[in-house]
Design a protein around this ligand. Sequence first.
Ligand SMILES: Cc1ncc(COP(=O)(O)O)c(C=O)c1O
Length: 458
Amino acid sequence: MSPTATFAPSCSSVSVDSRTDEVLPVLGRDVQVPLVTGGEAPYAALDYAASAPALQRVWDDVAAYAPYYGSVHRGAGHLSQLSTELFENSRRTVAEFLGCREGDQVVFTRATTDSLNLLAAALPEGTRVFVFETEHHASLLPWRAHDVTYLDAPRSPEAAVATLESALHAAPAGPKLVCVTGASNVTGEVWPVRALARAAHRHGARLVLDAAQLAPHRRVSLTELEADWVAFSGHKLYAPFGAGVLAGRADWLRAAEPYLAGGGASRRVSRTDDGTVEVEWQRSEARHEAGSPNVIGAYAIASACRALTEAGFDRLAAREEELLGRLRKGLADLPEVKVLSLFGEDADRVGVVSFVVEGWNSSHFAAALSAEYGIGVRDGLFCAHPLLRTLLGQRGDTPGECGAAGGTPALNAIRVSFGAGTPDEHVDRFVTAVRELVRDGARWTYRTEDGRCVPDSA
Ligand SMILES: Cc1ncc(COP(=O)(O)O)c(C=O)c1O
């Protein structure tokens, strides 16, 4: 690319060949990690729900743009203009990806947590918020400065709609917001978003969708789902460059004080006759994007949106279904393994599965998967403590000593999650490892260090 050329994103070609059993190539697929038992193994990244590996395509797009990086919005230079155009084009790409309606805004944030806190700060006075106890803390906690109605965990999608409907019916008049996840970060189960949005609207409420786990796996369209806002994180959408998105209705965002006060959010600032400072705030998305925008983060998200759209969500979902089938069948053969679920066996789910193993502290189990098999999963309560307590049937914390003889039960679980770059081998190795650990036990000894379970040194 010549320095005077207008920068353009890559088209669908990628710089590496796809393997036949991955929908989109990701970085890190050939990384070797040491095993405590000796030798190395290719790292099996099965923690996509926490942070997915970057798509090769996203990495290539960011690398191609990097030399052209410049200040956004305020610079007069060529690269500033180019970067500003790229940033605003990224906004348009994301709006299209999310099926935004005429007049919707797309605000670039740091991640889902930031997006939902932004919306919480923008709620009209007197808003009552409705939220299920099953939510990730990012969607459970930001509303606490408002009146919040916490709803018990439903045991089916239909029960979720009925529970919300009766809570809204009993609510006093005034602005109302429902916050709901699209897919659980614990069970992977898909929530009935459109039915919940319709129920909300029937009662004069609005709905914000936490799509942190849904957007990487399924098409999320504000128009089709009839949701008012959606929030998601770039780092879970294969674009780990520190940006996220809040998109949806402009009116509450425009009426609110800026989320952060500062440059970019303000249109005109002047001293008043009484010596104070008067500000006229922006009415566009910039109102809530004070400070220098994360242009690379926004561009990376737009690149991921293009790549996922081109790959096709039908194809992504079909591939994931295949992997889920392999995984769930492997776990179902082991009576010691209990898979966590709210909606039951037949629930629609994305590639996220949590489970506990009888007689094992989950932290010990996850440490052995890593140290002995090179498999990266997550253990703990997954920032969804109330849901885990409901699913595990325990109300208080049960201390669990990692690596104690036979393992000591604790209030925690193991989560395995995957997506567009996952080859069959990762899931097959995982199922084999779980079977061997359950049947034969760990081959190494482990201890607790700084609250983490770690292998004893050789
Ligand atoms: C369902 C859900 N919502 C929100 C979040 C918070 O996302 P972030 O940490 O990117 O802000 C997560 C993170 O795991 C999540 O799984």
